[in-house]
Design a protein around this ligand. Structure first.
Ligand SMILES: NC(=O)c1ccc[n+]([C@@H]2O[C@H](COP(=O)([O-])OP(=O)(O)OC[C@H]3O[C@@H](n4cnc5c(N)ncnc54)[C@H](OP(=O)(O)O)[C@@H]3O)[C@@H](O)[C@H]2O)c1
Length: 291
């Protein structure tokens, strides 16, 4: 028999977890949210008739409590439940935030519970899912050893793969996820704008660049960084970079600082690859600094 779980905070992640945890055979002890409507919807997803707006009243019944409120409320909600003696001794309290460490749940630890975090590296845009968004994704876990073990079991039971991270490294871990996801979007926005200035319509921009984007990701997967780096900086082609900088300054000056910063970072990668000489790197650095 699997342990009973409760969800506190029935938004996108909480509701999806209620559905998938129940499907994976975890009995649902109940769900609670700020609004009765959200709690009712998650109860339906999790197959339970117990739902409400009193977080402690639901949490106290569970062996595993998943606090899936917005990040800014996790600590307060946890403290409030603890103050009302709403955590069972020996239960496992988890949150799903990528940026916050499990230590924000320490009020639950003071009640004899173990605490941890399990962050799914996935984007949940809606409460309604057709497939299983946990399938084959990475879930990063940290916290008390018993909580980490429970979180690992949950992740694997939901179809995900697990990786353990250090509690005090959570902020940098989250910065990495933001870079890989949000800043990739920002980078693509810059590429689309530059190709737009070159006369390509925004509808065509993605189709044209897609094989290049996918090929680059494949190269990174196959040979890693720095070997995957190609292009003018990797070749030490300062004449081409000079033309880029001159043209961007004239046609798209708002993009010049980012292009320059990325260029300087790329010089370091080319040096690590061994394709760019020290003299070539200095020449490029000077170009980026002066143009
Ligand atoms: N969305 C993602 O892509 C994603 C991905 C990975 C991790 N996460 C993490 O998952 C957690 C939840 O994110 P989310 O996107 O699911 O947020 P969300 O959709 O905004 O849901 C949060 C829910 O918390 C409820 N809530 C607010 N105050 C509460 C309180 N005092 N007591 C009980 N419930 C309360 C709200 O309920 P009502 O609806 O009743 O007002 C809301 O539905 C966060 O830690 C987030 O960082 C999210």
């Amino acid at each position: 028999m699997k342990p009973e779980y409760a969800v506190i905070g029935c938004g996108k992640v909480g509701t999806v977890l209620a559905k998938l945890m129940s499907q994976a055979g975890y009995p649902c002890a109940g769900v609670a949210s700020k609004s009765m409507a959200s709690a009712r919807q998650a109860a339906l997803a999790g197959g339970t008739t117990r739902f409400g707006t009193d977080n402690h009243d639901i949490a106290v019944r569970a062996d595993i409590v998943l606090i899936t409120t917005p990040d800014s409320l996790i600590e307060t909600v946890c403290r409030d439940i603890a103050a009302k003696k709403g955590f069972k001794k020996g239960s496992t309290i988890l949150h799903c935030s990528g940026s916050q460490a499990s230590t924000i749940l320490s009020a639950a630890r003071d009640c004899g519970a173990v605490i941890g975090s399990m962050h799914p590296l996935q984007s949940f845009a809606s409460k309604d899912i057709s497939g299983n968004p946990f399938n084959d994704i990475i879930v990063s876990v940290e916290g008390d050893p018993e909580a980490v073990s429970t979180a690992r079991h949950i992740a694997v039971d939901l179809g995900a793969r697990c990786t353990e991270i250090k509690t005090d490294a959570k902020t940098l871990y989250h910065a990495s996820a933001v870079t890989a996801c949000n800043y990739l979007t920002a980078l693509m926005d810059m590429a689309f704008k530059l190709i737009g200035y070159a006369g390509v319509s925004s509808e065509d921009a993605f189709d044209i660049l897609k094989p290049l984007i996918e090929g680059t990701l494949k190269n990174i997967e196959n040979v890693g960084i720095p070997q995957a780096l190609t292009g003018p900086i990797e070749r030490g082609d300062s004449a081409t970079i000079r033309r880029h900088l001159t043209e961007i300054r004239s046609q798209a000056p708002e993009l010049l600082p980012l292009y320059t910063q990325l260029g300087i970072h790329t010089i370091g990668i080319a040096r690590a690859k061994g394709s760019l000489s020290g003299a070539g790197a200095k020449k490029l650095e000077k170009l980026f600094e002066t143009l």
